[in-house]
Write a protein that binds this ligand. Structure first.
Ligand code: DX5
Ligand code: ZN
Length: 214
């Protein structure tokens, strides 16, 4: 299992040491949640913070944009050193164009679905992306409870992905912890995002290791 700790739950007063801890950990990516207060009912942080993280991070950045018009920021996300640029299907009218532009900019495109968005909407874009992210909470906040229906949705997505030629990775985001992670592993997830579970643990390195060993 690959693990992507979400820094949304990190201590922002000690961001450098939190990132250094992730560098020493078994995490595979650093997940960065950008919220604009329009697409989701919360505002997180923007480019100055992503740049600060990027300077210290020794793991690839997985940037999850919960914003309207993500197309307007492709160049700036790339300039921050992102490896994966994750856009919401619900935020992109011309998703195919957006995905192509992300790849042309030199990043790996990923598409995210909200809990109520059916996976059938991926049918005509799945061959173009490197990752699909299923939200297992309604986006906007860390520390919410896992939506159980995600496990069935993930099983169906796993079947869909296994029929493709490019086999994009499947990432799950929201409410991941010791109880939900085994269900997601069994249903076919490749990457788990975890915020609260990791950053509120007494031993963060151990929490990452636990999820990783599933
Ligand atoms: C939610 C964000 C998540 C969030 C996950 O809108 O996209 O990445 O940080 O947090 P936890 O793991 O606490 O549910
Ligand atoms: Zn996220």
């Amino acid at each position: 299992m690959k693990i992507a700790p979400s820094i949304l739950s990190a201590d922002f007063g000690n961001l450098n040491s939190e990132i250094e801890m992730l560098n020493r950990s078994e995490a595979d990516f650093i997940h960065i949640d950008v919220m604009d207060g329009v697409f989701v009912p919360n505002i997180s942080f923007g480019f100055p913070v992503i740049n600060a993280v990027s300077k210290v991070a020794a793991k690839p950045l997985d940037v999850h944009l919960m914003i309207v018009n993500p197309d307007n920021y492709i160049g700036r996300v790339r300039d921050c050193g992102a490896e994966i640029m994750n856009v919401h299907q619900e935020a992109c009218t011309h998703l195919h164009r957006t995905v192509q532009a992300i790849r042309t900019a030199g990043m790996r495109p990923a598409v995210t679905l909200n809990p109520s968005t059916p996976i059938v909407l991926l049918e005509d874009i799945i061959e173009e992306v490197d990752m699909i992210l299923l939200m297992s909470v309604n986006p906007g906040f860390g520390g919410q409870s896992f939506i159980g229906h995600t496990v069935d949705k993930l099983r169906r997505l796993r079947q869909m992905v296994d029929k493709t030629s490019n086999r994009p990775m499947i990432e799950i985001d929201g409410g991941v912890n010791e109880q939900t992670a085994p269900l997601l592993s069994e249903a076919g997830a490749d990457i788990l995002v975890a915020g609260n579970y990791i950053f509120k643990s007494k031993d963060k390195l151990e929490a990452i290791k636990k999820l990783k060993e599933l």
